[in-house]
Write a protein that binds this ligand. Structure first.
Ligand SMILES: Nc1ncnc2c1ncn2[C@@H]1O[C@H](COP(=O)(O)OP(=O)(O)OP(=O)(O)O)[C@@H](O)[C@H]1O
Length: 287
């Protein structure tokens, strides 16, 4: 079997604060295969961002190992880390975090291409940036090339951030609540674009979200890991975890997901009420 693209092995992260130690991540492990999606789901404060930052190499864990293509990313040797940095890209919740406000779109997207010698001249940069914009659904590209971040809508800005993440041909994108600041219809449209990038480019995703509905939408054919107070309480294929959750916390998260179909919502409610009634003995046979 092929080696996983990324492996987190027994990762813990403890922050020392004025009020004592905070265990943000507590002995978590997961594998992510080439071109696959793993959704890391949990409520605010469960440790998702800390885990994502560790997976991206932005933060060193207190203990445990991060392997990329089978190599420890923190082992000595600059070449490996440079390769890792190009191969793994991070998309933040707020696109302003990755876009320079005083650079236009062409400037923001061509800078990494030039820095890494992927284009030789302005024309090549122009063509490559136009191609990237088309890939993220910003067409015609000429409309966007000379725009500055503040001249774009939130959804367009996040698409530019995705295009920027694609500049170096990554194998894995870590999307940290990348769609949660957007309105629902814009969010769905961006998720469809990300799905297409997975299909067309074979890029894998570590998709961080507090919203299980988003994980269902984006990661239905992938895996899910549910985080609660720093630990992964349940993980497996998304379909299995959603159909038959084993952990109480996962069940609670699932129940909190709104059901868009009112008929189905009514039926689910009826099943829940019946289960609660039978658990409390109401309607059942007397002991
Ligand atoms: N640099 C830090 N110093 C101290 N504590 C931190 C630091 N970063 C995170 N924490 C704490 O670690 C815990 C996990 O935080 P983290 O941001 O990873 O969770 P999260 O699931 O991503 O939540 P959110 O979605 O709200 O960002 C929280 O209790 C948080 O306050």
């Amino acid at each position: 079997m092929a080696e996983p693209l990324m492996q987190l092995q027994n990762i813990s992260c403890v922050f020392k604060t004025r009020h004592g130690e905070v265990v943000a991540v507590d002995d978590i492990s997961f594998d992510l295969d080439e071109g696959r999606v793993l959704c890391l789901v949990g409520q605010s404060g469960s440790g998702k961002t800390t885990a994502a930052r560790i997976a991206s190499g932005l933060l060193k864990p207190t203990s445990g190992t991060v392997l990329f293509e089978g190599h420890d990313i923190h082992a000595k040797g600059k070449d490996l880390f440079t390769h890792f940095r190009r191969s793994v890209q991070y998309i933040h919740q707020d696109p302003y975090a990755s876009l320079n406000p005083i650079r236009d779109v062409f400037g923001s997207l061509s800078a990494p291409l030039r820095k890494h010698g992927l284009v030789k001249n302005r024309q090549q940069a122009w063509d490559k940036v136009s191609e990237l914009l088309a890939q993220v659904g910003l067409t015609p590209p000429e409309t966007y090339l000379s725009k500055f971040p503040h001249q774009l809508s939130g959804g367009q800005r996040q698409r530019i951030a995705v295009a920027r993440a694609l500049t170096l041909g990554p194998r894995l994108i870590i999307a940290d609540e990348a769609t949660s600041m957007l309105d629902v219809s814009i969010r769905i449209s961006l998720l469809k674009t990300l799905t297409k990038l997975r299909e067309d480019l074979g890029v894998g995703f570590l998709f961080i979200t507090h919203d299980l509905a988003m994980a269902k939408f984006f990661g239905m054919d992938g895996d899910i890991a549910v985080m609660h107070v720093g630990k992964i309480v349940e993980q497996g294929p998304t379909q299995d975890v959603i159909r038959d959750p084993q952990d109480d916390y996962t069940r609670a998260l699932l129940e909190a997901v709104p059901e868009p179909d009112p008929d189905l919502a009514r039926r689910k409610r009826a099943v829940r009420l019946a289960a609660a009634a039978s658990a409390s003995g109401a309607g059942g046979s007397a002991p």
